[in-house]
Design a protein around this ligand. Structure first.
Ligand code: ZN
Length: 150
């Protein structure tokens, strides 16, 4: 099977909803060949234009058919890219990304609450007895150890 035949076959399968992934691959191959064709034609157009310059017979309209062919190729490339994009979106809509259940990955349990700290003499709210050095509540007028006035 010749390359051109393959292209025709690809063109006839456009729009098929079957084997979208395969079509997408074919589309990409087709776009590649269209771009190559476009590059070759742009090169030919440039050569023709250059020849006109050389002959000093510049006639842009004479080159219009070639330019139109290139524009047509560009249109085909854009259309093929649209098909690929549509296929991507269709595939994405058909298979939404799996979403992890909310409870599946519960955060690690927080560390157990710290055991209540043993009661400690309040560091604030006490003063040191000037007489015996013991702790005296600030609201006490006298040291509970030695009875000294604080
Ligand atoms: Zn005291």
């Amino acid at each position: 099977m010749g390359f051109v035949d393959k292209l025709k076959q690809q063109a006839s399968s456009l729009g098929s909803q079957i084997d979208q992934a395969l079509d997408s691959t074919k589309q990409k191959g087709q776009i590649g060949s269209l771009r190559k064709q476009r590059g070759e034609m742009v090169s030919q157009l440039g050569e023709a234009l250059l020849e006109q310059f050389r002959q000093q017979q510049l006639d842009v309209e004479q080159l219009r058919p070639q330019a139109d062919q290139i524009f047509n190729l560009e249109w085909q490339i854009i259309e093929a890219e649209k098909v690929i994009e549509a296929q991507k979106q269709a595939a994405a809509a058909a298979t939404p990304p799996p979403q992890a259940p909310a409870a599946a990955q519960a955060p690690p349990a927080p560390p157990a609450a710290a055991a209540p700290a043993p009661p400690q003499p309040a560091q604030t709210g006490t003063v040191t007895c000037p007489s015996c050095g013991g702790e005296v509540p600030t609201d006490s007028a006298f040291c509970p150890n030695c009875g000294a006035k604080v």
